[in-house]
Write a protein that binds this ligand. Structure first.
Ligand code: PLP
Length: 361
């Protein structure tokens, strides 16, 4: 089977930004090759830019976004710590599960799906939590929450943020917003294959970390040597770096730097605006609350009487467009349309609109 012109979670016309994919086809570098070590250093620098941080401890973990979530909690939750988790979708729910497995006393602040995190409720959920955790861009609902406001009111707590769907697509300013621990993924707005978890942790959070976390692979104390951040860029062997994936991420970060991060955000914003206006012109109802809608991930209520799966299949077969089903209880009643990375373009938005118009007719 050949996969032609398709892109995970998005429409997938020809890719005008091929750098990340092209890098995957280059000759492989060894994981201790000096050229690769330099490439890794530059990748960490590029990640600091997209995170909006000067954190020394910023690196691509060799695993998917979920491992970023595990690393965040397993390194920072001491048994019995109170962890307040804002839950407004599937990934907030997953944070609760992960934090509990790390021995936290979790205070879950539940929200209706489709709404943003209620900052006041989260900040007043417990008088002295060790950690406050939230998802910046909830991929299950298409909602953006106000991380800066959580950071402004966090007090002595550490702020732990999931930026899987926001990094490289919408504004993320980890340092300005008071984010202490952040994790992301490569497969969303960065436009790289799935498989790495861009991660950052402040010195304050690192000092409070668990000395011997219940994960060897994700122990940030050991990983410092892997990227040379603890010892003047001297490496100690930890695991064999996935060199092709790091080279691909490096290429994507270079491309984003060349375009300019604000221009990349604006491109995502424009594509989302065109799609969301067009969907409403078609008479469709958007699921995420107005004012908190993500441009890169649009959620749509499936109209009464329409077979969600049939429309999705038609889009895929006739146009090579993959749109997502809803998550959890909304599996059959919501569509999720991603315009991320190279798909964040007006022509991609217009293609989705035309294909949906045809399918619904
Ligand atoms: N957090 C959010 C907000 C996500 O959207 C995802 C994946 O879609 C994850 C975490 C988990 O990432 P991964 O599937 O790369 O493990």
């Amino acid at each position: 089977m050949t996969i032609v012109e398709r892109h995970l979670f998005g429409p997938g016309p020809s890719n005008p930004y091929p750098e990340a994919t092209t890098a995957l086809a280059q000759p492989l570098l060894g994981h201790l090759d000096p050229v690769f070590l330099e490439l890794m250093d530059e990748t960490c620098d590029g990640l600091r830019e997209v995170w909006g941080t000067s954190n020394r401890r910023t690196l691509p973990l060799s695993a998917t976004g979920s491992a970023g979530m595990e690393a965040a909690f397993v390194n920072t939750v001491h048994p019995g710590d109170v962890v307040v988790v804002a839950v407004n979708g599937l990934f907030g729910q997953r944070m609760v599960d992960v934090a509990q497995r790390c021995g936290a006393e979790v205070v879950a602040v539940e929200h209706e799906w489709g709404t943003p995190v209620d900052v006041d409720r989260v900040l007043s959920a417990h008088p002295s939590p060790a950690i406050i955790a939230a998802v910046h861009a909830e991929t299950s609902t298409g909602v953006r929450s106000d991380v800066a406001a959580l950071g402004a009111g966090k007090g002595d707590a550490l702020l732990l943020v999931d930026a899987v769907t926001s990094i490289g697509g919408i504004e993320v300013r980890a340092d300005d917003w008071g984010v202490d621990i952040g994790y992301a993924g490569t497969q969303k707005c960065l436009g790289v294959a799935p498989g790495l978890a861009p991660f950052t942790i402040s010195e304050r959070a690192f000092e409070r970390r668990v000395e011997k976390p219940r994960s060897w692979y994700l122990d940030l104390g050991l990983l410092g040597g892997y990227v040379g951040e603890a010892s003047g860029r001297q490496r100690t062997y930890h695991h064999t770096a996935p060199t092709a994936m790091v080279a691909s991420l490096h290429a994507a970060l270079g491309r984003i730097r060349a375009e300019g991060l604000p221009a990349v955000w604006e491109r995502h914003a424009e594509a989302g605006r065109i799609l969301q206006d067009g969907l409403q012109d078609l008479g469709l109802e958007l699921f995420a609350q107005e004012g908190s809608r993500l441009p890169e991930l649009t959620t749509v209520t499936v109209p009464e009487g329409v077979d969600s799966a049939q429309v999705r299949a038609q889009l895929l077969e006739r146009h090579g467009l993959e749109i997502g089903a809803g998550a959890g209880a909304y599996a059959a009643s919501v569509w999720r349309i991603g315009l991320m990375g190279h798909n964040a373009r007006p022509d991609a938005a217009l293609l989705v609109l035309a294909a949906l118009r045809e399918a619904l007719a």
